[in-house]
Design a protein around this ligand. Structure first.
Ligand code: AP5
Length: 217
């Protein structure tokens, strides 16, 4: 199964992609995590991505599409993948179509996680991320057992640079301008399912899981 999770910053794509990946035994591929990994390792790609990410802007399409193509060609994606954060422009959606066509694969569905703006800001301002395994926590809604350390791998938790209020505002604007058009794009192919993402984490997981199982029928 090839599944895309679409939604605004803070909608819960990363949180839910992890859970779906576990349920469906598929890799979770997050463009943001791939960029942050490169930034941490100070690779050429990481240094380039950092310039855009700190401003809340999108990394250029050609760079992003090439990075995702490389990742999808790895053997662990043979049986499918849960994509989080890609595609997020029309050019990326077209590039993704070409990647899949070249691999003789098709997209099974896009699950759009809808969450009101005020809730997004609350979620992003309280988010903490594991520096080692990237698991997201929330100081109020999904706290770790120890507030400084990841429950899964004991990595140190930190607040993302782009979760500062002014950068969050920029990211939401970019989302509205460049990513929202993907809803119509995937609707026209009958691939889009909207899921209410405003409930608690368990409720949203159940709704997404049901929608994902529906795609396999
Ligand atoms: P990326 O890392 O993809 O960030 P994003 O899309 O802005 O999404 P987030 O990671 O902020 O949120 P999320 O939806 O995953 O929510 P989460 O599960 O963490 O991208 C970062 C940057 O990289 C971009 O700005 C861009 O510069 C660049 N980039 C990435 N992909 C790109 C691409 N394709 N093209 C170009 N540039 C790209 O949840 C948020 C918080 O809420 C957490 O604290 C969580 O614990 C909590 N939470 C989750 N669900 C719930 C719930 N139901 N109730 C209460 N709290 C919840």
């Amino acid at each position: 199964m090839i599944l895309v999770l679409l939604g605004p910053p803070g909608a819960g794509k990363g949180t839910q992609a992890e859970r779906l990946a576990e349920e469906f035994k598929l890799p979770h591929v997050a463009s943001g995590d791939l960029f942050r990994e490169n930034m941490k390792n100070k690779t050429e790609l990481g240094l380039l991505a950092n310039r855009y990410i700190v401003e809340g802007e999108l990394v250029p399409d050609d760079v992003t599409i090439a990075m995702i193509r490389d990742r999808l060609e790895r053997p662990d994606c043979e049986n499918g993948v849960i994509l989080d954060g890609f595609p997020r422009t029309l050019a990326q959606a077209e590039g993704f179509k070409d990647i899949l066509a070249g691999m003789d694969r098709t997209l099974d569905g896009v699950l759009y996680i809808a969450v009101p703006d005020e809730e997004l800001v609350r979620r992003l301002s309280g988010r903490r991320i594991c520096r080692r395994c990237q698991t997201p926590y929330h100081i109020q809604f999904n706290p770790p057992q120890n507030h400084r350390v990841c429950d899964i791998c004991a990595g140190v938790l930190y607040q993302r640079e782009d979760d500062k209020p002014e950068t969050v505002r920029a990211r939401l604007n970019v989302y509205r301008q460049q990513t929202l058009p993907l809803i119509d794009f995937y609707c026209q192919y009958g691939l889009l399912t909207e899921v209410d993402g405003s409930g608690d984490i368990e409720t949203v997981t159940a709704a997404l899981s049901e929608a994902a199982h529906g795609l396999n029928k």
